[in-house]
Design a protein. Structure first.
Length: 337
């Protein structure tokens, strides 16, 4: 039962009389619209498997699930405890699966909303978020890299381009060399697709030259492309051992999003000897939130920031900027007293 629940159906079912007899291509596009992004499908599949196993263990019906079943599941997740964001993602997966199967969803019921409100009060609304690093911290991490090595060249380009372009890790791993256009003014990155651009419309980011070559995202990215020695194919790739001891050669295999996160964590959270610095807990998402935080602190307008991040609303800028430190970021320190 749990295996069947986690499988995305090939065709939407029972979606109404008008769509029930629709052509195959209509059903196919409808399915894509319901599913969403690839990463979302993967996350939902894992959550649905968990829900299916839970229902099997407790003798409950997963599809169609009633409100009481879903409420009990959400409450048990909260008691583990799971984060509020995780619980909401599980509920979204259950809702999406009911949509795909053509059943009424129990997720948006008034009763479940009350249960979720209680869970929210108990767990608190503040979710764990990736912290923002400073430009000085990033530069210090770059200085520690051995850029005489292939790995050093790759990781320097990854960190600088990720930060200066406000990239998500999913966007970084999807980049190809042919997506890069080097001009006199800037590096233009042509994004074929992103989390906020699922339709694949043309979307560009501009990354500018820095005064110091070793911290310049454009020059460092160009140096990495030169090391790759090709004009097409994945930009950030894994490495393999060369014939000479200590030598590493680029492959054609893209880095995974998990690997990118690991590289960012290693370079930004460890000292020169590789020891973890306790107070640092940066991740790949910190590349993006740090861009936003630094830009806000330097007085950049929300419109300018959104040109790079591709976020749609000012509210998202507020959500992503890490200005919670009541001492460091407070108007009360500049009252002129």
């Amino acid at each position: 039962m749990s295996t069947e629940l986690a499988r995305i159906p090939d065709q939407p079912q029972a979606l109404g009389s008008q769509l029930a007899t629709a052509a195959d291509n209509v059903a196919r596009y409808l399915k894509l619209g319901l599913e969403g992004a690839d990463n979302t499908v993967l996350a939902y599949s894992a959550d649905l498997k968990s829900f299916g196993e839970y229902c099997e263990t407790n003798g409950l019906c997963p599809l169609p699930a009633d409100v009481a079943t879903v409420a009990r599941y959400a409450a048990d997740l909260a008691d583990i405890p799971r984060k509020l964001s995780t619980i909401k993602r599980h509920l979204a997966a259950i809702h999406k699966h009911h949509q795909l199967r053509g059943y009424p969803s129990p997720v948006h019921s008034d009763e479940l909303a009350l249960v979720l409100e209680g869970i929210t009060r108990a767990l608190g609304k503040r979710q764990k978020q990736a912290p923002a690093f400073t430009v000085d911290e990033l530069k210090e991490s770059i200085r520690r890299l051995d850029v005489t090595t292939t790995a050093g060249l790759r990781d320097r380009a990854l960190l600088l381009l990720g930060f200066a372009g406000a990239f998500r890790r999913s966007e970084l791993v999807a980049l190809n060399v042919e997506h890069l256009e080097f001009t006199e003014r800037a590096l233009i990155v042509h994004l074929p697709k992103s989390k906020t651009n699922q339709a694949g419309e043309a979307e560009d980011k501009a990354v500018f030259y820095a005064s110091t070559a070793s911290f310049c995202p454009v020059r460092c990215t160009r140096a990495w492309v030169h090391q790759l020695g090709r004009s097409t194919g994945p930009l950030f790739v894994s490495l393999k051992r060369g014939k000479v001891k200590g030598e590493a050669l680029p492959t054609q295999k893209r880095l995974s999003a998990l690997r990118v996160n690991g590289l960012v964590q290693f370079h930004l959270n460890h000292d020169e000897e590789g020891h973890k610095i306790p107070e640092k807990n940066y991740s790949a998402h910190s590349l993006r939130v740090s861009f936003i935080t630094v830009s806000v602190l330097r007085g950049q307008s929300n419109r300018f920031i959104k040109n790079q991040t591709k976020q749609k609303t000012d509210a998202m800028i507020d959500r992503y900027s890490r200005l919670d430190d009541v001492v460091s970021f407070n108007a009360a320190q500049n009252l002129g007293l």
